[in-house]
Design a protein. Structure first.
Length: 248
């Protein structure tokens, strides 16, 4: 049995006051569960450390620098995330690829920087609507995956999480059907199995894109979907906790 994970990606949302209330409700509302993760903007990581240390909820960031230290104005290193108790870091989210120009090679370097510091990367992969309609979904996610496996090696995925997030389903309210998601998850796992059957059996592959309490259970029931990466619904404690319970 692969472990299930439900990670909240808060994106650029929150405030000290809002986060304080949200975190308390998430801790209380998901008690007894494992695999619950919250990923906040950088400035609030100290708050997550303060509120979540000693609880069952883990935390992480949404990005990091591929560089170790030095003259990189505005960047945040893997070691800094470790300083604030992060266990996880989201890498290569489609918003970072599309809006901030991250290439598959940069994503691979960030993945490696995270792992070299002991963080568990949550590697995001996904196709746009145009790519899906052109029938190249598997080629696109395959290329995104291969760039990282090429640099970090397949065994690196023993200590990593993959999140399949079709770009057309993010923040749109339009979820992939459980079968559409399962097909891509299966393709990824088969691709990994060609390199290492052992890693393929172990690596959690999460689905992300408009996951809500109403659709979480049917998505998580698919054999190759091991939980979710949750955007909007992770900002509403009751919804997020319900999604976490659907994965348990
Ligand atoms: P939504 O759940 O808001 O669609 O966002 C998904 C996502 O991008 C998580 O990383």
């Amino acid at each position: 049995m692969r472990r299930k994970i439900v990670a909240g990606n808060w994106k650029m949302n929150g405030s000290l006051a809002e986060n304080g209330a949200l975190l308390k409700e998430v801790v209380a509302g998901s008690s007894g569960l494992s695999g619950v993760v919250c990923c906040s903007p950088y400035p609030y990581l100290f708050q997550l450390q303060r509120e979540l240390q000693g609880t069952h909820v883990a935390w992480g960031a949404q990005n990091l620098s591929q560089f170790e230290r030095g003259a990189y104005t505005g960047e945040v290193s893997a070691a800094m995330l470790v300083d604030f108790g992060c266990s996880y870091v989201i890498i290569g989210h489609s918003e970072r690829r599309a809006i901030f120009g991250e290439t598959s090679m940069t994503v691979a370097e960030k993945f490696k920087a995270a792992q070299d510091s002991g963080l568990i990367p949550i590697l995001c992969l996904g196709e746009t609507l145009a790519e899906r309609e052109a029938g190249i979904t598997e080629a696109v996610v395959g290329e995104q995956f291969d760039a990282v496996a090429g640099l970090a090696g397949i065994d690196a995925f023993e200590q990593a999480v993959i999140a399949y997030e079709p770009v057309w389903a993010i923040g749109t309210g339009r979820t992939a059907t459980p079968q559409q998601a399962q097909d891509v998850h299966r393709h990824l796992r088969d691709r990994i199995a060609l390199m290492s059957p052992d890693v393929a059996g172990k690596v959690p592959i999460l689905y992300g894109g408009s996951v809500k309490p109403a659709n979480a259970a049917e998505l998580f029931a698919m054999p190759d979907i091991d939980g979710g990466l949750i955007g909007g619904a992770s900002l509403v404690a009751r919804d997020f906790c319900e999604i976490c319970r659907a994965a348990a």
